[in-house]
Design a protein around this ligand. Structure first.
Ligand code: IDP
Ligand code: MG
Length: 146
């Protein structure tokens, strides 16, 4: 019997700006074109509780409250992505946090810009480590194995 190939999972969010602008399909297209698999997908307006858990590491920072405000302003698309190296791989597809500085060819670089709210509206979230991914998947998809 051959071993099952080792894969990892990442939690991706198409943020309210990306959802409002109709960019969900474009983000999913890039994920699939890279060769990653969509394991679970949900369109929902996040609760404050979900967002507080998701962004716990940023609590107390100046941008924390505005970030929660923005993230609860409308629907997001939450996705569990799977594939070898998909955690750093999706971060690479997403590009730098600041969409103005993000390289062309990346989601944020190609599709994002400064809307006068500094860095906040940058279209996507992607887990920054496999540990973060497991924690975040449990928040957004309690029924899905991290
Ligand atoms: P990341 O999304 O690239 O991992 P983080 O530093 O984890 O970036 O920040 C989480 C999110 O908080 C960012 O994606 C962005 O939406 C928002 N954010 C980060 N820094 C700032 C800031 O200085 N002002 C406003 N929003 C920020
Ligand atoms: Mg982060």
């Amino acid at each position: 019997m051959t071993d099952t190939p080792q894969t990892e999972r990442s939690l991706v969010l198409v943020k309210p700006d990306g959802y409002r602008r109709g960019l969900t399909g474009e983000v999913l297209r890039r994920i699939e074109a890279k060769g990653y698999t969509l394991v679970a997908l949900s369109v929902l307006t996040p609760t404050r509780e979900q967002l507080a858990a998701h962004y716990a590491e940023h609590e107390g920072k100046p941008f924390y409250q505005p970030l929660l405000e923005f993230m609860s302003s409308g629907p997001v698309t939450a996705v569990v992505v799977e594939g070898h190296g998909c955690v750093p791989g999706f971060r690479s597809l997403a590009g730098a946090t600041d969409p103005t500085a993000a390289a062309a060819g990346t989601i944020r670089g190609d599709l994002g810009r400064d809307w006068g709210e500094k860095v906040q509206q940058n279209i996507v979230h992607g887990s920054d480590s496999p540990e973060s991914a497991a924690r975040e998947i449990a928040i957004w998809f309690p029924d899905v194995t991290p």
